[in-house]
Design a protein around this ligand. Structure first.
Ligand code: NAD
Length: 407
């Protein structure tokens, strides 16, 4: 049962509780977010990383896969990291979870003697790219690994000023499927109208590879990429049952574009023997994935199946495995040149079981045959709630600084 309380003010400090609107949480808990970061760091410190990149730029570094990538690079390889993200500091409300995550990451990286600086603003803009260039030039010099992990509903074209809005829609025909309200566990049918040509183009403009290429072009022109530099962007494939809304839908078209862009960027990096990869990651609970219809129900079933088989992974396990295998050269690449770190999710035995459960799942058996509870728990964790070892009855100061950011 979700208790919606919001915040109770006591002077400057507050007791903070989760306050949800659908798949959005409007509060975040700084102590919980910090504990989350500490847990991810501990996990990475227990993995045996080989030698890796010295300087890493992570675009989309405050939550989900980008945050986990930054943690893995810093605490696995000892990399210096620059992180870019778009988050809000506290005002009358708490800061966003990504703000607290970035603050905790920088604090803990600094304590460990690791260089970590961040830039908060619109990564699609020329201004933020320019600020990043200046920071890298001033502080650390050429980058060995650029990780591109943005998930955004819109993008303003930095040259024309045009705003593109992405949509999550099927292509070709309307689509009806089961979906779940993960707060209540109620399963219902959802019907989504097919996308127009304009909506497809808009989604590709936001979530395709155009901006990734601009970043790499910019860094190359400024001579801020080292010899053999690598760049990664993240994609998803998933099973047949999510294809209509994901891989064959508008977001899938954007991912096709992202994957084609990897080949273009590899050309650009040819003279420095660099390379661009798209890594196909597994489905996990993040702010971005919880917004996609159908996916939370699929993920709840997937979690149950993978936990039963002892092969469950979240963002940090995935990014630990990705970066380790990329640099010890054991990484798996498919026949389209994509890294596959979704191998366990896509295993035939896993997918057969998920499909069997998908066919019979209803509101009255969802708690028994899926891990909806685990999904909900991980969703709360994204915002620093329901974390073991955190006392939520304590007052906390919502104003937390990110050490390298002046506001
Ligand atoms: P997320 O919502 O957790 O993180 C998005 C990040 O982008 C945040 O750091 C946010 O601050 C940043 N961001 C958004 N708009 C920005 C802007 N304009 N300027 C600067 N920063 C901005 O998302 P995620 O799920 O970790 O997704 C990251 C990538 O991984 C996406 O390409 C996604 O498609 C891919 N992926 C996700 C999953 C999944 O299950 N979540 C699976 C496979 C691949």
């Amino acid at each position: 049962m979700v208790i919606i309380l919001g915040m109770k003010e006591r002077g400057m400090d507050m007791i903070i509780s989760p306050k949800f609107r659908g798949f959005i949480c409007t509060t975040a808990h700084p102590v919980g977010c910090e504990k989350n970061i500490r847990n991810q760091i501990e996990y990475i410190k227990n993995q045996n990383f080989c030698k890796g990149p010295k300087n890493v730029l992570v675009i989309g570094a405050s939550t989900g896969y980008g945050l986990a990538s930054r943690i893995a690079a810093a605490f696995g390889f000892g990399s210096k990291t620059v992180g870019i993200f778009f988050e809000k500091p506290a005002s009358k409300k708490t800061a966003t979870a990504g703000w607290y995550n970035a603050a905790a990451f920088e604090k803990l990286a600094n304590e460990a003697g690791l260089y970590a600086k961040s830039i908060n603003g619109d990564a699609f803009s020329n201004e933020i790219k320019q600020q990043t260039v200046e920071l890298i030039k001033k502080d650390i010099g050429p980058i060995d690994l650029v990780i591109y992990s943005l998930a955004s509903p819109r993008r303003i074209d930095p040259f024309t000023g045009e705003t593109y809005n992405s949509v999550l829609k099927p292509i070709g025909k309307d689509y009806t499927s089961k979906t779940v309200d993960f707060h209540t566990g109620q399963i219902s049918d959802i019907s989504i109208e097919k996308a127009t040509e304009d909506e497809i183009n808009n989604t590709v403009a936001v979530m395709g590879g155009e901006d990734w290429k601009i970043w790499l072009d910019t860094l190359k022109k400024e001579k801020l990429l080292s010899q053999n530099a690598l760049t990664l962007a993240y994609s998803y494939v998933g099973p047949e049952l999510t294809h209509a809304i994901y891989r064959d839908g508008t977001i899938g078209k954007a991912k096709d574009h992202l994957e084609a862009t990897a080949r273009d960027i590899t050309q650009i990096l040819n003279d420095i023997s660099g390379r661009a990869y798209v890594s196909v990651n597994k489905a996990v609970v993040t702010q971005a994935s919880s917004a996609i219809p159908v996916v939370p129900l699929y993920v709840s079933i997937l979690f149950k199946t993978m936990k039963t088989k002892g092969i469950h992974e979240g963002c940090i396990e995935q990014m630990g495995r990705l970066l380790k295998s990329l640099y010890d050269k054991t990484v798996k690449i498919d026949d389209r040149g994509r890294i596959r770190i979704d191998d366990l999710e896509m295993r035939e035995d896993v997918q057969n079981e998920v499909l069997d459960t998908w066919k019979i799942i209803r509101s009255d058996n969802i708690n028994d045959i899926s891990d909806i509870e685990g999904y909900r728990h991980e969703f709360f964790n994204l915002f620093g709630f329901s974390i073991d070892g955190v006392d939520y009855d304590n007052d906390v100061d919502i104003n937390v600084d990110i050490p390298s950011i002046k506001i």
